[in-house]
Design a protein around this ligand. Structure first.
Ligand SMILES: Nc1ncnc2c1ncn2[C@@H]1O[C@H](COP(=O)(O)OP(=O)(O)OP(=O)(O)O)[C@@H](O)[C@H]1O
Ligand SMILES: [Mg+2]
Length: 327
């Protein structure tokens, strides 16, 4: 791959809480290429959202980056000032969240909110900003953009609100869109439409998308490459067809085995025995070893590094593979 647009290198984020220090992100490493649709997948609490927020310089109070690098266009975002990060947010990197209603301001019209974002990041006139806002509402396939422009958030459905959030992200020409569970709150038909819209935007405008999700089915349908995270670390990364169809890490294999089949009622990622470790006290060695049926002594003592296991950057952090690879 040529120089990636975004590269997260050995990122560690900790929260200081009353209960102690929470290891929220624990050496997260992955790259998102230009124009790539990249998935970050893993069970609840594995550090997906905190990683997304760290990229934007928006880690909640009590948390801080302990080490690592986040490069965007080759520049380390962790060395930027608050003012510099404010300029990057929205203009170059935008984030959309699970609950658009919580992000939109209920007392302002959709149009005035988009115009405000555009004028924050550019020096164009109010009329020009209004024209651009209408264009982006049209680009996200909202019907009757002038009507949506005048509407208040509560007048729109959840799916339409999420389209507005995507329009807002695109209105300033962001190159990277971080979408954190953007469809989880929507019903299945609308979910598919929003994912289709993201795919289309990527195709049409060459925007890179970092999709954060716990849903492997969504990843399989939309992403080019995927990183599987466990306890704040990437355990397997590569092209979707390699990671999801030729998984090497026992955790990825477990997640896939836990996917519902036709006729099964509810999706569940919980059929791997045991539960995700508590960020307050991570297991030694490979954090997955207490749940891994194949764990050996080395897995308890040493942390495995991401190692190339196949073509196109298919990498896995697992001692078992290294043993087999070495044999
Ligand atoms: N503000 C906070 N204060 C303390 N701990 C936090 C805070 N935010 C997140 N954490 C902890 O950091 C870890 C990672 O959280 P994160 O929200 O990134 O998980 P996630 O992978 O996005 O999960 P989910 O799928 O449930 O959204 C968790 O253990 C969580 O409890
Ligand atoms: Mg999350």
């Amino acid at each position: 791959m040529s120089e990636p647009l975004l590269s997260v290198e050995e990122l560690q984020v900790r929260f200081q809480t009353y209960a102690g220090r929470v290891h929220a992100v624990n050496g997260m490493t992955f790259e998102v290429g230009r124009g790539e649709f990249f998935g970050l997948v893993g069970e609840s609490g594995c550090g997906k959202s905190v990683t997304g927020l760290a990229i934007l310089g928006m880690i909640p109070r009590g948390g801080a980056v302990a080490s690592g690098r986040i490069r965007f266009h080759g520049e380390d975002l962790l060395t930027k000032s608050d003012a510099q990060m404010r300029a990057i947010r929205g203009r170059h990197i935008a984030m959309i969240f699970q609950d658009p209603a919580a992000t939109l301001n209920p007392v302002f019209t959709i149009g005035s909110q988009i115009v405000r974002v555009i004028r924050q990041h550019t020096s164009i006139s109010p009329e020009e900003a209004r024209r651009r806002a209408l264009e982006t509402l049209d680009a996200v396939a909202l019907p009757d953009p002038p009507r949506i422009f005048r509407a208040y958030p509560h007048e729109l459905s959840g799916g339409m609100q999420q389209r507005v959030m995507i329009a807002m992200a695109l209105s300033c020409g962001a190159e990277l869109l971080i979408a954190d569970e953007p469809t989880t709150a929507l019903d299945v038909t609308i979910q598919a439409q929003i994912l289709g819209l993201l795919a289309e935007i990527r195709r049409r405008q060459g925007v890179s998308i970092l999709l954060i999700t716990h849903n492997l089915g969504v990843v399989a349908e939309t992403c080019d490459r995927v990183a599987v995270a466990y306890a704040g670390r990437v355990v397997e990364v590569g092209r979707v067809e390699d990671v999801l169809f030729r998984p090497v890490h026992p955790y990825t294999q477990g997640l896939l085995a836990a996917l519902p089949r036709a006729g099964q009622a509810k999706e569940s990622l919980l059929s791997i025995p045991g539960s995700v470790p508590d960020g307050l006290a991570l297991p030694s060695g490979c954090a997955f070893h207490p749940r891994c049926a194949s764990a050996v002594e080395l897995c308890r003592s040493g942390e495995p590094a991401l190692t190339v296991v196949g073509p196109d950057g298919h990498r896995v952090a697992c001692h078992l593979f290294r043993r087999e690879g070495a044999a």
